[in-house]
Design a protein around this ligand. Sequence first.
Ligand SMILES: *Cc1c(COP(=O)(O)O)cnc(C)c1O
Ligand SMILES: [Zn+2]
Length: 417
Amino acid sequence: MAIKTGPYVIGFRCMQCQETYQRDMTAMRCPNCGDTGILDVLFDYDALREQLPCPEVLQQRPFDVWRYRELLSIPVPAEPSTLHVGGTPLYRSQDSVKKWGLKTLYIKDEGVNPTGSLKDRASVMAVVHAKSLSQSIVACSSTGNAASSLAGQAAKMGLKTVIFVPERAPIGKLNQLLVYGSHVFKVRGDYQATYALSHEAIKTYGWYDRNAAVNPHLVEGKKTVAYEIIEQLGGDVPDWVIVSVGDGCTLAGLYKGFYDLFKLDRLTHIPKLLGVQSAGCAPLYEAWQSKQPLEATQENTLADSIAVGVPRNALKALHAIEQSTGAFITVSDDAILSAIKQLGRHEGIFAEPASSAAFAGLLKAQSTGLIAKQDRVVVIHTGNGLKDPDGARKAVGDVTCIDADFASFENTWNMKE
Ligand SMILES: *Cc1c(COP(=O)(O)O)cnc(C)c1O
Ligand SMILES: [Zn+2]
């Protein structure tokens, strides 16, 4: 059987039982552990240390996820004809001492990815991998962004998509799915029920599985965001990198990216990671805080992309926080809405609630003293606010409407002044 992984992959390790598997294994999960046997991809760091081009040479390649092709877990065609994913801006906040009480703050803008979220880094791996396996249908369940991202990436590659979304998915994301031509099933139930149904359908029909935690290649796509941050900081390591957390794959990907660079002697140390959950749905925070096994929680938050009561990648997410000596933190829905407004007004960033949650996490971590003024911080803006117009409206209210005469305008204007 042909090799179906990237050239430097040596195998897989189960996050639960630690069993290792050869690189030619085709199952996406550990056969011993079943559903919870999430695999981590293992790389030949010794070979990579010698053969990976130096940063200067890498930087001559196009700035997208394929720049780091040697470090990916899937075989990458010479010219992957995908949408342009990654290579996103890292903005430095101006006057950040005055605005945020921080000397150094960067925002990594993942909202400019082709379908508007960081999920594109994972989905683009899925569609290229599915193609290399001659699969024609890719499927997933999602709170929204993974689905809309998969749908867009698949449309570009001529693949069909079957998508299961929970009833509460915001309209912007549902519209994206339909525009990209997906077969969409809105499931009467929460994300857990939606996930279970997708799992059964994928197994029954043998479709390519883009369910994030289950498919180990997706975290490997998300890790490219860490490579870019380090590249954009000229090799410097920030003190904190902050991201919101639902299933835990994004956090796990960040950690894996920094870990790779550390193993390759391209980083002095791994930055502390701060995982932000919504107070209304914080199973990972609870497990980390109490040091108890993870318990399913309610999905009670307006930040739909991180409303995940049973995180599928709990082990990798907890590992990332422990190994980076970081922390989890929770933020209220009110803080999430307030962060939408602040990011928009002071940074020109339009974030959906799950994305502004990371920024809300920064503000809370400062108020508790976890993050200090001199700390150099990177916040990841994971999803574009245009996807969730209702979320934005809750944060900023409605537009003022006036009669079509000058007096009416002036009255209102003078009131505003
Ligand atoms: C999916 C998502 C997250 C969280 O990623 P997980 O891998 O589920 O933890 C955060 N923000 C946005 C906008 C997302 O779409
Ligand atoms: Zn196992």
